[in-house]
Design a protein around this ligand. Structure first.
Ligand SMILES: [Zn+2]
Length: 277
């Protein structure tokens, strides 16, 4: 590539063959956005190199390479910028970009891409399609005429991914298992960093039962797990705001309890001082 033994067009053919095979490996259909394969890995995409772009950067005959060499720029910065712009283009897509927008917020969401750790083959076959909203469901292609879009399980009018993962009543037991497994992971992680005061228990004379009450130093945290569908960042922000509004009275009652205890302690000290006099 450096000495341009093969023309750029040949590298384009290599890109095509590799792209097809990578999509097969990811269990993605051909209509899946190429930006998912070529986008920035830290932003939830696969970060596959593009041979034709590398040719432009590496080949001694390339105008871009000559221009950058004279200006003292670095190729890897160009590659990062290119991958980031591909990811941005993917996030702008109305259908394929909405779930991946949430996954792109934290690199931990894509930990399995490089080594497949903690990921079964069944998960692998599902996760990439789900991130691009390309799971073959009846309601996934509403533009197809005369297509029965009803849910195969409960008969709901539109079998979409959000319905299957978060709303279909036939899967309510699976929701519970998903929620509980997240709580268990949090309890295991938090237990090493502080004290778990309670799990799924009513606190402060309220009917609300936060999943975890955690104490670290002088701080107490009420943790309630929710699993909203990844419908853009706004869905997560809305779910978080709903939880905060739900537990706000309980937090205020905590403050009230602490204030009463503090006042009683001060009163006791005052009475003891009076007795000593
Ligand atoms: Zn259903």
């Amino acid at each position: 590539m450096r000495t341009a033994q093969f023309p750029k067009g040949d590298w384009g053919k290599v890109d095509k063959v590799i792209l097809k095979e990578v999509k097969n490996t990811l269990n993605l259909p051909t209509e899946a956005s190429n930006n998912y394969v070529y986008g920035q890995r830290k932003l939830g995409c696969c970060g596959l190199p593009i041979a034709t772009k590398d040719f432009d950067l590496i080949s001694e005959d390339s105008d871009l390479c000559k221009e950058w060499a004279t200006e003292g720029r670095f190729c890897f910065l160009f590659v990062i910028r290119l991958r980031t712009s591909r990811t941005t283009n993917l996030l702008r897509k109305k259908n394929q970009g909405k779930a991946i927008e949430v996954s792109s917020l934290a690199p931990a969401s894509s930990h399995f891409l490089t080594d497949g750790a903690y990921t079964r083959f069944a998960d692998w076959r599902f996760i990439h399609r789900a991130r691009l909203n390309l799971v073959t469901l009846n309601g996934a292609r509403p533009w197809v005429k005369d297509n029965d879009q009803r849910c195969r399980r409960c008969g709901y009018r539109q079998e979409t991914l959000s319905h299957v993962l978060n709303h279909c009543s036939r899967y309510s037991h699976a929701w519970q298992l998903r929620h509980n497994s997240i709580v268990d992971r949090l309890v295991a992680a938090l237990g090493r960093r502080g004290e778990i005061l309670s799990c799924n228990q009513a606190v402060a004379s309220s009917d609300l039962r936060p999943d975890i009450v955690f104490k670290k130093g002088s701080d107490i945290f009420l943790i309630d797990v929710t699993c909203p569908f990844e419908n853009r960042k706004s869905a997560f922000a809305q779910a978080r705001a709903t939880k905060i509004a739900k537990y706000e009275p309980q937090i205020l009652s905590f403050f009230w309890m602490i204030w009463v205890r503090y006042s009683l302690a001060l009163l006791n000290i005052h009475v003891q001082n009076l007795n000593n006099i």
